[in-house]
Design a protein. Structure first.
Length: 460
């Protein structure tokens, strides 16, 4: 695509000349994705661009726009054109849009949909917000096992245009219960007159329950290499299908939410530049207060060891070194485990294997940092005579403290996400800042305990 600014300039020039045919030709000759990018980037011309699109292209573009742009168009488009687009919009995309809109606006729009689409929309909106039912579309092709392949192909030609996909054909009995799913290629590679659907059934299919969590669908699609999966109820009646494009949107939203939560904030659920400032502050301030209160415990721990610090001021010099090493290690471990759990590489049942692995990692990493810390104390004393006759004791204190703090950081950072998962919370809640704060406090306890062990009778 040529530069967006260049397209806008051409559009403006044609607009000044009132060359509406050329305007229409310009916008309709562009790729759908390019038009979507143009509308997302240039809000000033959104309505003008959209009004010059043919209906089917307008529907295709509307599907890929940011929710905020979709809402702006809903407010601005003439009612007849808006309803025309929403009636033609795939049910799953329409449901996704309505889920993001205020309920009073949704009610008014639903009233104006045609009866069939209104019924479908109300049905999908009736499922829990994060369930597979909100993702599915009722537009699919289903056939019966006693049909011939020739009948199936005729049926696809007659009704396939309104289906979300014809890559997979679903086999149901007379009560609507799912029997199997068959790829379209299997119908094309056999004799259509003599082969029946039941001859192609192998029973190796995978289905989703309508009340399943949307997050779980990502792993199911990934592990089974599917472009679409059937959705059934508790009685195994086929209700709809979920396609890979919808699952990719879920995966992107989940990834975005996890990244934001790992950074120590609530999920924004809106583009950063479009979320109101007060709402952005509200999303961030809660965690900041919690983390701040947590850090207060660090001051409490320091106060508890005030006498030791007053007798050996040198101990205070290494506090930032100790607690930052523990926090960094804990953040590393929690990020790795959260990502592994999100990808399905690690489950709660693997906690013992993870603990053993992190125990080994913590000992090795802690030993490396401990040796560096010990070497730093010894080298600094050789250069500047900073620690006097107690150099080795101080070095042992720093070295063993780093070993203990790093080991504790790896264990707590890896186990906390799994514990939260077991309790039913999102593992991403154990964000890096949260783990770092917890390790800061415990790190001080480890550090001053080591100081009492090595320096008692000398500096303490």
């Amino acid at each position: 695509m040529e530069d967006i600014q260049a397209v806008i300039e051409r559009f403006d020039n044609l607009l000044l000349l009132e060359a509406h045919n050329e305007l229409r030709e310009l916008i309709n000759d562009m790729n759908i994705s390019d038009v979507g990018e143009l509308l997302n980037e240039d809000s000033k011309h959104t309505m003008l661009f959209f009004e010059h699109l043919d209906l089917q292209r307008a529907i295709a573009v509307f599907r890929i726009l940011d929710v905020s742009i979709q809402e702006d168009l809903i407010k601005s488009l003439p009612t007849h054109k808006l309803i025309q687009i929403l009636n033609e919009l795939p049910p799953d995309d329409r449901t996704s849009l309505f889920s993001e809109m205020p309920s009073h606006a949704v009610k008014e729009i639903i009233k104006q949909l045609n009866p069939e689409e209104r019924k479908v929309t109300l049905s999908l909106l009736g499922y829990p917000e994060e369930s597979v039912g909100r993702l599915m579309t009722p537009d699919y092709i289903d056939v019966e096992p006693d049909w011939t392949v020739e009948q199936v192909l005729t049926y696809i030609r007659d009704y396939g245009k309104s289906s979300e996909t014809i890559d997979v054909i679903y086999v149901t009995d007379k009560n609507g219960k799912l029997i199997d799913d068959i790829r379209i290629r299997d119908f094309l590679l056999v004799d259509p007159k003599t082969t029946k659907v039941e001859d192609l059934i192998d029973g190796r299919y995978i289905s989703l329950n309508v009340n399943d969590d949307q997050k779980e669908t990502v792993n199911v699609f990934q592990m089974n290499n599917r472009v679409a999966l059937p959705v059934v109820d508790e009685h195994h009646v086929l209700l709809g299908i979920v396609t890979i494009d919808d699952v990719l949107w879920v995966a992107e939203e989940e990834y975005t939410e996890d990244i934001q939560m790992i950074g120590g904030t609530e999920a924004l659920n809106e583009p950063y530049l479009e979320i109101p400032l007060l709402k952005l502050i509200q999303k961030r301030v809660g965690w900041l207060i919690i983390l701040f209160i947590g850090e207060m415990l660090t001051a409490t721990a320091m106060a508890y060891f005030e006498d030791e610090i007053s007798r050996a001021v040198v101990l205070a010099l290494f506090v930032p070194l100790i607690i930052s090493s523990g926090g960094n290690t804990g953040s590393q471990a929690s990020t790795l485990i959260i990502q592994a759990m999100a990808l399905g590489e690690v489950s709660i049942e693997d906690w013992w294997r993870v603990m053993k692995r992190e125990l080994q990692s913590g000992i090795i990493l802690g030993s490396v940092l401990g040796l560096i810390g010990f070497g730093r104390v010894v080298f600094w004393n050789m250069m500047f005579h900073s620690y006097g006759p107690h150099t080795l004791y101080i070095g042992f204190t720093v070295g063993f403290s780093l070993l203990g703090v790093v080991l504790w950081g790896t264990l707590s950072g890896s186990m906390l996400p799994m514990l939260l998962k077991r309790l039913g919370f999102d593992p991403a809640v154990s964000s890096a800042p949260f783990v770092a704060t917890m390790v800061d406090v415990t790190g001080l306890l480890i550090y001053f305990s080591c100081a009492l062990l090595f320096l008692k009778g000398s500096l303490l």
